[in-house]
Design a protein around this ligand. Structure first.
Ligand code: QAP
Ligand code: CO
Length: 170
């Protein structure tokens, strides 16, 4: 039986709750699986390619990512850790569901190794490059309370704040 769709409200920058540090998940149970399912539905509906629990005001170390064209490759990352980053970097034009309409270049490691737990509670490992590597680093930053605009100049950050505050007021 298909459960009822639950779309979660997404916090928008600048919101202090985006800067909270998420706590590890102790046990992957039905409560956590429900959060994962609701996050995936919220990400696909947006549409987006990545969503961290912090962005839906849940301060637990949970991320969903799907960089496929057809929603066919959902990655569930519970308590994720980047265990290795390449010296080589790549610059990518990033966006964020919490910073609507704003896109700018960020430099990050080009290749990473990641360890995480899936929705069954199993620990797994993978290597990522390209867009997936960007997305994992972007989403893990959210769990530590960091938004991609914090990599931009102070001038750009204050312009973005002003623009988004006006949009929210309208
Ligand atoms: C993070 O971002 C990311 O501004 C995921 O109006 C972005 O899914 C990682 C979105 C780029 C790597 C590269 C943004 C949707 C979605 C917007 C997203 C918007 C509507 C962003
Ligand atoms: Co984001």
């Amino acid at each position: 039986m298909r459960s009822i769709m639950a779309l979660l409200p997404i916090l928008h920058y600048p919101d202090a709750r985006l800067h909270k540090k998420a706590k590890p998940v102790a046990v992957v149970d039905d409560r956590v699986r429900r959060i994962v399912r609701d996050m995936a539905e919220t990400m696909y509906a947006a549409p987006g390619i990545g969503l961290a629990a912090t962005q839906v005001d849940i301060h637990e170390r949970i991320v969903v990512i799907d960089v496929s064209e057809d929603h066919s490759d959902l990655l569930v990352l519970i308590n994720p850790v980047i265990t290795w980053k390449s010296e080589e970097t790549q610059v990518y034009e990033e966006g964020c569901l919490s910073v609507p309409g704003i896109y700018d270049e960020v430099k990050r490691a080009a290749r990473i190794k990641v360890e995480a737990t899936n929705e069954k509670g199993e620990r797994y490992e993978f290597e990522a490059d390209g867009l997936l590597a960007v997305c994992v680093q972007h989403e893990l930053d959210h769990l530590d309370g960091k938004v991609f605009v914090e990599y931009l100049s102070q001038l750009k950050q204050s312009r973005i704040k002003t623009k988004l505050r006006k949009l929210q007021a309208a």
